[in-house]
Ligand binder design. Structure first.
Ligand code: ZN
Length: 134
C-alpha cells in the first residue's frame, strides 16, 4: 500500500456557521466544497491549508455519527485521513493482515473521493480514514 500524504483532518463541530466564523473569518482560511453527505448524516466544509485540508463536520441529524461523537467526547478532532494511491489495494492488504475495518468496501466521500474508515481499535485509538482522489 502506498500512502502519499496527510489528506485532511476531520473536525467535529456543533455549528458550521460558528466554526466558519473562526476558521474562515478569523484565521483567514477559505472554505471550498461545502457539501451534505446524506448517507453519513453530515454536512462538511473543506478548508485547504498548504498541502492538506481541514474538514469541518456538522451533523445533520441527532443520531448521526458526528452527533454521537460530540455527545461522547465533545467537539474536536474526529478523524485523520491519509491519501492512498489505490484504496481497493489498501483495503485488501489491511484485510489480509487482519486489521479491523469499519468499511470493507470503499464508499463515497466528499469531493468525489473514495474513502474507507479503519477501526480505532486497529490504529491505536485514532479513527483513521483512507482516501483516494483523482
Ligand atoms: Zn474525512
Amino acid at each position: 500500500m502506498k500512502v502519499t500524504k496527510l489528506d485532511h483532518i476531520g473536525i467535529a463541530v456543533k455549528n458550521m456557521d460558528e466554526a466558519l466564523a473562526f476558521y474562515r473569518d478569523t484565521l483567514g482560511l477559505s472554505s471550498v466544497g461545502e457539501e451534505v453527505i446524506d448517507e453519513q448524516k453530515v454536512k462538511v466544509a473543506f478548508l485547504p491549508l498548504g498541502d492538506t485540508e481541514l474538514e469541518l463536520l456538522e451533523s445533520t441529524s441527532p443520531d448521526g455519527p458526528v452527533a454521537k461523537f460530540i455527545e461522547k467526547r465533545g467537539e474536536g478532532i474526529q478523524h485523520v485521513a491519509l491519501r492512498v494511491e489505490n484504496i481497493e489495494e489498501a483495503l485488501k492488504e489491511l484485510k489480509e493482515k487482519g486489521f479491523r475495518l469499519i468499511d470493507q468496501q470503499p464508499r463515497y466521500g466528499a469531493g468525489n473521493a473514495k474513502i474507507a474508515f479503519l477501526h480505532p481499535k486497529a490504529t491505536g485509538g485514532i479513527l483513521l480514514e483512507i482516501s483516494e482522489r483523482e
